[in-house]
Design a binder for this molecule. Sequence first.
Ligand code: C2O
Ligand code: CU
Length: 474
Amino acid sequence: MVSMLTRRTFLSAATATALVPWLKPTPLLAAATAPHHQLNAMAGDALLVGDPHPRTLVWCFNGKVPGPEIRVRQHDQVKITVSNQLNEETTVHWHGIRVANAMDGVPHLTQKPIAPGETFEYLIDVPDAGTFWYHPHQRSFEQVGRGLYGALIVEEQQPIQVDRDITWVIDDWRLSADASIVDDFGHPMHLSHGGRIGNTVTVNGQIITDFPVRAGERIRLRLINAANARIFGLEFREHQPHVIAIDGQPVTPHTVDGDRIDLAPGMRIDLVLDCTAKPGQRFSVIDSYYSNLAYQFADLVYRDEAPLREKPLESSIELPANALAEPDLENAEPYEITLGGGVHGNMQGASFNGEWADIRTLARQGKMWAINGIVASGHVMEPLLTLQRGRSYRFSLINDSAWPHPMHIHGHSFRVLMRDGKPVKHQPWQDTVLMAPGERVDIAFVADNPGDWMFHCHILEHQMSGMMALLRVI
Ligand code: C2O
Ligand code: CU
């Protein structure tokens, strides 16, 4: 009842100020039959580290970290009511879902932020099957960092055959010895370096040690990196899982060169893991992304149980493609987009609020990063580029900095064409692409979703300190 009341109040406010862009009336199509979910953004506690350590005070959805896994069918229209029980404004962004702009959850740009005590109804169409996730876009570096996120799984109409379909929402926390969250969000050191790297890695809200499996089974493992800054590089060693989707979008099933699966903040990777070893065996999964800091991420522990089958399943693991518009590379309009800033970089200064400022002046205002020489402040800004709806674009993204950046575009998926001039195998569709320091990455897409879309680094401290731009599709 409370949410109905708030909804009505909201709608009448909308009619009163019809010119404010975020108050465009929401179409109420099929609302009665649409699958309906409720997310309460709230304070809570979670047993992240486990006994004998105390529980950790977190911010989370519905009292749990991660928030509920929302599972819907492809092409559903989903209604998600978000109620804000925090002491500050929030929004929810449906990362990777090609939503209508008004449902994208970007504060002040696509909607008014949800005030404490208020609710907002998101009505989203889910055009693509795959692994997605949701998180606030308001002060994300702290809200996501304290535990506000969850998985959003869009099931294929015809899923592939697996024995278990498992989601690993992976996070990295900065905890003190008493398991409480270190309250240093937005520390200048995190902004200017690689973001807020923590000291405790959790899978689905808990430190994991053993992951029990059964010999012979086939698992679909959906990896989601919900960390502010930590990049994971998982090695399954004796196992050779196949990558079947990246950022929700199917890719030709393949094993990974060098066997390390890199998963940057914001990214998702779907694996098919055939458990081909014997009952009683144990294998470590190693995270070796930061080369001298490799650690045991988890162990695959084969239960002492007769194998489910003698030979791995032979059925296809290739997912049906989603209906994405193929960019016309011959006629794609090219742009170069340069990312600069941070310590050990070349950037001397940049434009901030319309004026050029040197890097020290920027740093004093908590700004460290720029896209094409422009530092973002907040989400509302002049577009970096105005794109014509239906046209193909090719961006050469140039990482002119000493740090990696996972660059994310809202409302669209893009093909990753080349890295440093060399064609990328399978040219995967992604919505977040990890760029190494100094690397140049070519991507292409059709600007087919009208609206104002954020383009930003998913290291949330980089995003808040200026590494964000706006792409307008008209
Ligand atoms: Cu996952 Cu703009 O965000
Ligand atoms: Cu970055």
